[in-house]
Design a protein around this ligand. Structure first.
Ligand code: DC
Length: 222
């Protein structure tokens, strides 16, 4: 059997992971798995049910009955929580502001990692997140660590929000990104960290196609 390619993409919030991963997936015929969307979906469900997001056991019970599914939609992807589509609502500010708390619970991460590994066993994947190269797929064929300056990432979020008709101040976005960087990099379990064998790509000032090409070049050299 031909070996299936696996690509792990990690990096801080708004470093461009999902945009470039989706394009690489399309070009190389891989399945794209957005692990951040999985933590967001659980956060959304917990908030909807008015659960205590500090309470790991309560979150675990919700996760047990929650199937999180991705469905390809042209070059995009839809996210489902059980049978309900949640693609857009999981990007809301209340979810974004609570997801770091939910994703810091060790037992929640254990269940998520198990589900992510299962998905990667079935097909060639490009998976993005914070701990893919270090924890989820330590044997990935290609590991990428994407970074960009805080200013550039805040501006990307600003433009993205604008295109969705959401008004936010650049200052607030900059502060939120800094706070999330801190929480993601300093939590006890699986903090955001570059794997020793990951290729570092600084996307500041690079276009999306340029980053996609760099990743494909690295993948082809394997
Ligand atoms: O990439 P994102 O912004 O959609 O991720 C949402 C949150 O989930 C982010 O604050 C960090 C967390 N996360 C994580 O802890 N591990 C992952 N593999 C993916 C995301």
């Amino acid at each position: 059997m031909e070996k299936m390619l696996s690509i792990a993409v990690d990096g801080p919030a708004s470093s461009g992971k999902s945009t470039v991963s989706k394009k690489v997936a399309k070009d190389l015929g891989l399945i794209y798995i957005d692990t951040g969307a999985m933590y967001r979906t659980l956060t959304y469900e917990a908030l909807k049910r008015k659960a205590d997001i500090e309470n790991e056991e309560e979150l675990l019970r919700i996760l047990e009955d929650l199937s999180i599914r991705f469905e390809r939609n042209g070059s995009d992807q839809k996210v489902y929580a059980n049978e309900t589509e949640v693609t857009e609502v999981i990007r809301n500010a209340d979810v974004t502001n609570s997801v770091s708390i939910v994703s810091a619970h060790p037992k929640i991460r254990e269940v998520m990692v198990e589900r992510q590994r299962e998905m990667a066993q079935k097909q060639g994947v490009i998976m993005d997140g914070r701990d893919i190269g270090t924890v989820v797929l330590p044997k990935a064929d290609v590991k990428i660590f994407l970074i960009a300056s805080v200013e550039e990432r805040a501006m990307r979020r600003f433009k993205e929000n604008q295109s969705r008709g959401i008004t936010t101040s650049l200052e607030d976005l900059t502060r939120e990104i800094e706070e999330r960087d801190y929480k993601d990099s300093n939590r006890e379990v699986a903090p955001l960290k570059q794997a020793s064998d990951a290729h570092l790509i600084d996307t500041t000032g690079l276009s999306i196609p340029e980053v996609v090409e760099k990743i494909k070049e690295i993948a082809f050299s394997k």
